[in-house]
Design a protein. Structure first.
Length: 447
């Protein structure tokens, strides 16, 4: 069996990587942006008592607050200027994409191509500002009512504190959204996913140290910690296997005669991933459930009764929370698949290229068959996502672990690096093809 280093060398041509100057610039740019993001999570919000926030974070470290804090890379527990992280942008993206499915005007913009996509992105940014304003104001009001052993969480509560909190958090959220877009455009990988990934990975060392400390003090047995380690490795291997699984549909191209020569007759495959949505459904589901409930916890029992009732109903590990969480994962798996894969458009493109699926007539029959295949794959993919996200939740609820071990964490920590490595490979292949074309042109000019 090949070692991990040999497998990595087989996937990435290091000789070609050394010559890929553009790729190296993109990697350094991505790394620099992520460093800026991590530094921003340590800039405290003005007017906050850090001792009270540290006490609140210790008492609410598990459960929903701990999950949101994990996504923000610890920014929420420190109540930094990036406490909301990228969640308002994700919520805005959910709303805009839902509108493209139910609104004819938004659907027409989606079909306009690049110009329509720019308009939808602009609407997403405007909606991000609105959501960030509402959430930051709610956080400011909740912080004013938060009390601890060291006093109030806010040094000088009042309208000035609320105003500065809204301006600071909204500005930081928009800056973070811009950083994510810059990574996507000028760096490597998906910027939003990499920002969430960086926040999760940054907290992994402290989580491991805390688990080992619990074993040293006797709160957890070393056998149980070893079981968690084996469970995590098995879950990671399972995710890698499922993320690489795909259904390959055979495509045939007919032969055609041009003059005295025969062309065509080739065949290929149309690969369709089992999970074509990636980590989008768990992230969307988490953002819809976790952030509103977590911000409501800042009221510390002084908010409206219906808010406290909803927080109690969606308690981490409860039946209502798990049911809603899994329902949203399945819903977004089907919804996002319908966005990224259009059977009618794929069938029309095959027909224009002269290809066909053996046993199915080009056109509507091919589209119906592709829709049948993608529906079955989405059922399996949604079940896989629900399983990966549900098992750690049941595990957490059954054993009342003092730290969070979530399926969404596993998915993001595994899927995002896999997607980034795939993009690195694509850049390397593009560079190699460009080099071959350049050499061919030089030889042609010499002749």
């Amino acid at each position: 069996m090949a070692s991990a280093a040999e497998q990595l060398a087989a996937n990435i041509n290091f000789k070609a990587f050394a010559k890929a100057d553009d790729l190296k610039k993109r990697l350094w740019f991505t790394l620099g942006v992520l460093i800026v993001y991590r530094l921003g999570t340590y800039i405290p919000l003005p007017g906050i008592n850090p001792a009270v926030m540290a006490e609140f974070a210790r008492s609410h470290g598990g459960g929903i607050f701990g999950m949101v804090d994990m996504f923000s890379g610890g920014a929420l527990s420190r109540m930094s200027i990036m406490a909301l992280n990228i969640m308002p942008y994700i919520s805005a993206s959910i709303i805009v994409q839902l509108m493209t499915a139910i609104s004819p005007q938004f659907e027409a913009l989606k079909k306009e191509g690049e110009s329509g996509r720019r308009k939808l992105n602009q609407y997403t940014r405007y909606l991000t500002v609105l959501i960030a304003v509402l959430q930051s104001y709610g956080a400011a009001v909740g912080l004013e009512s938060l009390q601890g052993m060291a006093g109030s969480a806010v040094v000088d509560p009042g309208i000035f504190f609320r105003l500065t909190t809204v301006i600071t958090i909204v500005g930081a959220t928009l800056f973070l959204m811009w950083l994510g877009e810059q990574i996507t455009a000028r760096g490597i990988g998906n910027g939003i996913s990499l920002i969430i990934f960086a926040g999760i990975v940054a907290n992994l060392p402290s989580s491991i140290v805390n688990a080992l400390e619990l074993g040293r003090t006797g709160a957890l047995s070393y056998i149980f910690i070893l079981f968690i380690l084996v469970f995590s490795i098995g879950m990671i291997a399972f995710i890698v296997f499922m993320e690489r699984a795909q259904r390959r549909i055979f495509i045939q191209y007919p032969k055609r005669q041009v003059g005295n020569k025969m062309y065509g007759g080739d065949s290929s495959h149309l690969p369709i991933k089992l999970n074509s949505t990636g980590v989008i459904p768990p992230i969307f589901a988490s953002s819809l459930i976790l952030l509103p409930v977590s911000l409501a916890q800042f009221s510390a029992g002084h908010g409206p009764e219906w808010v406290q009732w909803a927080v109690g109903l969606l308690h981490h590990g409860s039946f209502v929370y798990l049911s809603l969480y899994l329902f949203l994962i399945v819903f977004f798996a089907f919804f996002y698949t319908s966005i990224v894969f259009n059977p009618q458009e794929t069938a029309e493109n095959l027909k224009k290229a002269g290809g066909f699926i053996p046993g199915y007539r080009p056109g509507s029959n091919t589209a119906n068959y592709l829709d049948y295949v993608i529906t079955r794959l989405t059922v399996a993919g949604a079940a896989y996502l629900a399983f990966v996200c549900a098992v750690p939740e049941f595990f957490y609820a059954a054993y009342s672990l003092p730290f969070y071990l979530g399926g969404t964490t596993f998915l993001i920590a595994v899927s995002v690096p896999m997607d980034t490595v795939s993009q690195i490979q694509s850049h390397l292949l593009a560079g190699q093809y460009a080099g071959l074309l350049k050499k061919t042109r030089l030889r042609g000019s010499r002749k």
